[in-house]
Design a protein around this ligand. Structure first.
Ligand SMILES: O=C(O)CCC(=O)C(=O)O
Length: 304
């Protein structure tokens, strides 16, 4: 089948073109059927590999493709969220500098450099099983944040998370996001608001969007809302007297640039403390054979 698989961590050097041609293309330049089949297989056995219920993954994928988002209630216990909150709170130093960040919203960026407490969210097996179905192997973490929406915050500007990739819509998502409820998400406290089915839209002007179509992701602490990078959404206004904390992880195709520049933001020492899965998500992985290599080889060698 794919003879070069065993050397999949290598690229460049003598014979590079021969390897590429053998693995990737037919003489007429079309992608080899084996490669396409291998990709389909990797996606279809995702549930088994991640040790999660295949029927659940199928059902969540159907909802995701239909609505553009899906809420998974109480995926982790509330106590886990309380521990994460205790770790994240001291890191929330500044309020937003723009309307988008939110002038009454506090965020932590470069999270993994500061705490590993959010890693179990980043690599939750059910989330990875969904991502395995959506993206090419070795997809990446694009950004990770804790977001604390304070009382009095107004609704965040509407956006979709892969909107900064300048590729016209409608199109498949280049990214996906998970927002974890650290606190309960309620109608009043700034629960993320989403527009069902808006992932199917073509290019639109924000001013033309009917905000009455927004649906709040009301969910208890420990739940997660998973949505496609093409789905329009925003953080809701916080009309309550308590803050609303979320953790959000965004992921992207392995050929797309990550939003956070992890090769600069997360030190190698810090990456060594992460699981192999998180290391791969940060960028210690490659899209075989030519995207992400270091000195012609898989970057995970840098952590050895
Ligand atoms: O905090 C939220 O509920 C959503 C935040 C968001 O969509 C973002 O900042 O990109």
């Amino acid at each position: 089948m794919l003879e070069a698989r065993g050397t999949g961590s290598e690229t460049g050097g003598p014979g590079r073109n021969a390897v590429t041609e053998r693995v990737y293309t037919n003489p007429d330049g079309t992608v080899k059927a084996e490669l396409a089949a291998e990709r389909r297989a990797a996606a279809s056995d995702a549930a088994e590999r991640r040790n999660v219920d295949r029927e659940l993954v199928d059902a969540l994928m159907r909802a995701l493709h239909g609505e553009g988002y899906v809420i998974v209630p109480e995926l982790l216990p509330r106590e886990d969220m309380e521990r994460i909150k205790a770790e994240a709170l001291p890191l929330l130093h500044f309020e937003g500098r723009t309307e988008f960040e939110g002038f009454r919203t506090r965020r932590v960026y470069s999270v993994i450099e500061k705490t590993l407490a959010l890693n179990p969210l980043v690599e939750h097996p059910l989330i990875l099983a969904l991502l395995d179905r959506l993206f090419m192997p070795n997809y990446l973490l694009s950004q990770l944040q804790a977001i604390d929406v304070l009382p009095g915050e107004v609704r965040q500007p509407l956006h979709h998370d892969d909107g900064f990739y300048p590729i016209p819509r409608p199109r498949p998502p280049i990214g996906a996001a998970v927002i974890w409820a650290i606190d309960d998400f309620t109608q009043d406290n700034g629960a993320t608001q989403l527009i069902p089915k808006s992932h199917l839209w073509g290019d639109v002007q924000v001013a033309d969007i009917d905000t009455d179509a927004l649906v709040p992701a009301v969910m208890p602490s420990g739940s997660a809302v998973f949505f496609l990078g093409t789905l329009w959404h925003c953080a809701g206004p916080n009309r309550s007297d308590a803050s609303r904390m979320a953790a959000t992880a965004q992921y992207c195709e392995p050929w797309a640039r990550q939003q956070e520049n992890y090769s600069l933001a997360i030190s190698r020492q810090r990456a060594r403390l992460c699981s192999e899965t998180v290391q791969g998500l940060l960028g210690y992985s490659m899209l075989f054979p030519f995207i992400g290599f270091v000195n012609g080889r898989d970057p995970k060698r840098l952590l050895a």
